[in-house]
Design a binder for this molecule. Sequence first.
Ligand SMILES: *[C@@H]1O[C@H](CO)[C@@H](O)[C@H](O)[C@H]1NC(C)=O
Ligand SMILES: *[C@@H]1O[C@H](CO)[C@@H](O)[C@H](O)[C@H]1NC(C)=O
Length: 222
Amino acid sequence: MEKGVPMCLVTVLLFALTCSLASASDPSPLQDFCVAINSSTSAVFVNGKFCKDPKIVTADDFFFSGLQIPGNTANRLGSNVTRVNVDLLPGLNTLGISFARVDIAPYGVNPPHLHPLGTEITMVAEGTLYVGFVTSDPDNRLFTKVLNKGDVFVFPIGHIHFQFNVGKTNAVAFAGFSSHNPGLITIADAVFGSNPPINPDVLTKAFQVDKNVINYLEQQFK
Ligand SMILES: *[C@@H]1O[C@H](CO)[C@@H](O)[C@H](O)[C@H]1NC(C)=O
Ligand SMILES: *[C@@H]1O[C@H](CO)[C@@H](O)[C@H](O)[C@H]1NC(C)=O
């Protein structure tokens, strides 16, 4: 009996873990489609988001136009990501897929970031990108590749990755995601630009640098 209780606890914990892992990716759709709608007044099914009544769904709900237009890269990073997720294309709701266009100027970067809810597959359409991702602790192994036009690379779900333009011309890439909304955590913005800021004592200790360095970094991401 002594061992019965802990075993039961372990079972419950394992079950909880399995459940949380299972719900970490988009659910399988329970119907042909579920066009996302913000208001519940004219909605029918519930599967994560309200769905538009199929009777009033139109082709436009499955359509997005404008991905031929480059994003403006005249910013401090020299990059711009145009996301076509469920917010812009409501027909993606519950389908476990979405898309993006990535523009990067020469020496610009799509900085280290991760998508908590989706794997990303990227194809370079123009230019040359140096890309990579880092594996989990304790290995923290870096996988990198230089991608040219037509090359494809996959960034596994939840891993920190980046794309850097090492060419002399603008780079364009298109990316697919295994989620209708893969989410985005940009490391520098999250750590040094949080609102309110993380106490500098925390970051000074965590990054093993002088407090001035942390203050400086926090200024950059305000
Ligand atoms: C990305 O490009 C779009 C379209 O040109 C622009 O509206 C937006 O401000 C740009 N974003 C950044 C971060 O520069
Ligand atoms: C629903 O709300 C989100 C967030 O406010 C907005 O970005 C999106 O455009 C809205 N979608 C529709 C279909 O109205």
